[in-house]
Design a protein around this ligand. Structure first.
Ligand code: ZN
Length: 275
């Protein structure tokens, strides 16, 4: 499942195709949304942004298309008349004279007024987006110390989009390893220095993954691994996620994997000892 950095890159790509241009076609597959087509056609797109795993496409007349990719949704960006050959269901087509952005397979699409966004059931529950709202290290630290989050286990807290939006399974694993904190710890059990380290890892690893297209390991380590023959992205992008039984690049211990709530949770017992 794509995480914040992947969604943000998709939003950037859709933005390049749409922002600043007037639409020539806006088509919805869902019957109940078709009444909006006329209101969005011939209007200028003024912004495309990500909020957690959702994308907001804003129009110059105050209407916004909300789309959530869920597991399978995917945007295709192409020529104005593009019609890719795919087995996927086309859910939303936005075209202008220069290009098009086509959303396939996503099942959650909504059209709403900009002023009603904060009341949207999904967005209302969402914490600050790490790449759009950019709470920064201080903002994340403040939330880690807040009464509603202090008593929560880090493993669950980091995936809670109400805490901060944009983290998923791979970022959780890499962030906790870099912060050297066991997933079962709670913020209340960590000292100020550890919480600051965690806040920094949350911000930095998310931003790095966005910049690099999903390579979370530090550039110096990536270089070293490449020199050792681990050339492909899949071989050097992660230290912890998906590497159960392999050696941690930082300490040499064997990465472990546990099954928490049906989702695999990877951690390094060397970097992240339990207390
Ligand atoms: Zn380690």
């Amino acid at each position: 499942m794509p995480e914040g950095p992947e969604i943000r890159r998709a939003a950037d790509e859709v933005g390049v195709a749409l922002v600043g241009r007037k639409t020539t076609v806006v088509e919805f597959a869902f019957q109940h949304l078709r009444r909006f087509e006329g209101r969005l056609r011939g209007r200028r797109v003024v912004g495309v942004e990500s909020r957690g795993k959702a994308i907001l496409t804003r129009f110059d007349n105050g209407w916004v298309i909300y789309s959530h990719n869920q597991l399978y949704g995917r945007w295709f960006v192409g020529a104005a008349d593009a019609s890719p050959t795919t087995g996927r269901q086309l859910r939303l087509a936005i075209r202008n004279r220069r290009g098009s952005a086509l959303l396939y397979s996503a099942s959650e699409i909504d059209v709403l007024r900009a002023e009603a966004l904060e009341a949207h059931p999904f967005l209302a529950r969402m914490g600050p987006d790490l790449l759009t709202d950019r709470p920064g290290v201080e903002g994340v630290l403040e939330r880690l110390e807040a009464p509603e989050y202090r008593g929560r286990m880090l493993a669950g807290l980091l995936l809670d989009q109400g805490f901060v939006a944009g983290l998923g399974n791979y970022l959780r694993a890499e962030i906790l390893t870099r912060a050297r904190l066991h997933p079962a710890l709670k913020p209340a059990q960590c000292n100020r220095r550890e919480l600051r380290r965690l806040a920094r890892a949350i911000v930095e690893l998310t931003e790095r993954s966005y910049r690099t297209g999903g390579i979370v390991n530090p550039p110096s380590l990536v270089k070293k691994l490449e020199a050792q023959g681990l050339q492909t992205r899949e071989q050097h992008r992660f230290n912890t996620y998906g590497r159960a039984g392999e050696a941690c690049h930082f300490c040499g211990a064997e990465i472990e994997c546990s099954n928490a709530g049906g989702r695999k949770m990877y951690f390094c017992p060397g970097c992240q000892p339990s207390r």
